[in-house]
Design a protein around this ligand. Sequence first.
Ligand SMILES: [Zn+2]
Length: 329
Amino acid sequence: MIDNAVTHIKAHPNDTGLVYCLSREQCSDTAKAFNAAEITNHAIYHAGLSVATRNVNQTAWSSGRVKFLIATSAFGLGINKPDVRFVILLALPPSIFHYAQLIGRAGRDCAPALSYLMFTFGDRFRWYFLWSKEGNRAGYLIKFKNLWHIIHYALNFVACRRVLLLNHFNEQFHSRNCAGVLATLSHGCDNCSERKTDPVMRDVNSIAIKVVEICQYWETKNITCGRSFYQLVSILSGSVKNDRFKVQNIATPNYGLLKSRRWNRDLVGIFLSLLMSKLIIFEENHENSCTRLNTDSYIVLGDQHWRCSSPKFARLFMALPKNVKIPAK
Ligand SMILES: [Zn+2]
């Protein structure tokens, strides 16, 4: 991840920016990595530093003596530096709301600015761990949904990112206007810039019902292993690995439902992230019942799985490439 950030900053040495990390430790490690790459025009800002040091570093950034700050997300509230040209996130924020706040610190002068979200899929476990200590199930579910909304956004290589972002805040925007912004403010989002045709919104509820059937089968058969996110992707894609769960997973109902060149594994992953964000499926963390040595994540039925079969709610839309087909029911 850091290599991409280094590449961007080396290509734009005079740009002012912000690099956001999840923790103080990640700030320190990131600063060391930039130094090793001979990028030294930065300073750190986080709550672990003394007030005096924070003030010195913030002033150095505000005045342009250092070009970018490596900070935790607390930095930036109340700061209105108009010429921030880039915001780089080096970890998954907990929600689209947090994400919008962070990237909104770039380009306040209406000149072009870039935002990058660089994360690992495993970042979610940090949030799970943090929230589980709060002991509030209802609050956890809301945070879980919000987290998977940003994961759905981050994994998505089909939908216009402006559409995803603005729809989240109940604002309407059509992707055809995304690249159109190119002429005036900046270029389109990465998804609109890199594709030749608009995606189409398709009702994927019938596939969601099949995923619910898989989870119900697991529970009926008391199957506790081989139920990770990636294993569910493999079951739907009909591409299980030659591991100890191979026979079990091939025997799962709806195995290979999305086995198609067009429904590649990444697209299946986007679809499942949508189901997570709607609480149709849910990811739990348990002690690994096979090894008993560590925790493992399991896909289970989500609290809202019934919606797929409810005449009132049985609609679930997702942006898909035009040539991707919904399997027959
Ligand atoms: Zn777009």
